[in-house]
Design a protein around this ligand. Structure first.
Ligand code: ADP
Ligand code: MG
Length: 252
């Protein structure tokens, strides 16, 4: 379980997270939605120990993330940042193998290598495996980063805008993979999503953030309503039932 209690974050005196409290139960897929600047990435950074909070606490299975050594947390929780700053002279294979580091400490076992190969194959990166990251398109690079994070094989997986730059086919594959991780392997997946309809079709729970606070949260079907979504985005959003899911329409 991830427990976020009264988490506050300020930048230069501006409060960007204001006493946020949330409980994310183990298992299932949770999507965090909300407009630009709502505080979604900041919250994920604090939960994954990439940034300190100015107040409040986060625990993952009872471990206080602020007080837990990085390598201990990395065996339990993996995170894809919205902006990645890895040395570009890594190849795709080297990057994906990097995901095994918390387990292997750099000495890859045959089991580690099998996980690396499986992730490379799943994300259709085989033809690109020996290319350097700066020789890839944005979407190809995004797939390589996600493959690295999933290779970490942690109970908790946090992905900040995993569909960034992806074409439709790869976006659907990504969401199927995420769903399978939760359904077949019991992992707890938290996604920051821009596309409310991908969130609707693939999440169990939606958390809507606005202005550094949680605006609404609940089971996906209850969140996919004009009454909930409209005020979050400041936009008229129609919601229709389609193929068993609720689809928001807001294009014009
Ligand atoms: N390093 C930083 N310095 C100053 N302000 C920041 C920094 N990082 C984020 N912010 C601000 O914090 C707010 C929340 O940002 P962020 O968490 O990235 O939003 P979201 O991911 O929901 O779009 C925004 O107003 C953003 O400008
Ligand atoms: Mg963000």
């Amino acid at each position: 379980m991830i427990e976020i209690r009264d988490v506050t974050k300020r930048y230069d005196g501006t409060t960007v997270l204001d006493r946020v409290s949330l409980t994310i139960e183990p298992g299932g897929v949770t999507s965090v939605i909300g407009p630009n600047g709502a505080g979604k990435s900041t919250l994920l950074s604090i939960v994954s120990r990439l940034a300190p909070a100015d107040g409040g606490t986060v625990t993952v299975d009872g471990l206080d993330v602020a007080a837990t050594p990085g390598e201990v947390l990395a065996r339990r929780l993996a995170v894809l940042r919205q902006e990645n700053h890895m040395p570009v002279r890594l190849t795709v294979r080297e990057l994906v193998a990097f995901g095994r580091f918390p387990h292997s400490g750099g000495r890859l076992t045959p089991a580690d290598l099998a996980l690396v190969d499986e992730a490379i194959a799943y994300f259709e990166l085989e033809p690109l495996a020996d290319r350097h990251l700066d020789q890839l398109s944005g979407g190809q690079r995004q797939r390589a980063y996600v493959a690295m994070v999933l290779c970490q094989d942690t109970d908790y997986v946090l992905l900040d805008e995993p569909l960034n730059n992806l074409d439709m086919r790869h976006a659907v594959q990504m969401m199927r993979r995420v769903r399978r991780m939760a359904d077949d392997y019991g992992k707890t997946v938290v996604l920051v999503m821009h596309d409310i309809n991908f969130a609707s079709c693939h999440s169990d729970t939606i958390i809507a953030m606005k202005d550094g606070a949680v605006a609404a949260q609940g089971p996906t079907a209850r969140m996919m309503t004009p009454e909930v979504l409209g005020p979050v985005y400041g936009l008229d959003i129609d919601v229709h039932e389609l193929g068993g899911s609720r689809i928001g329409v807001y294009f014009s």
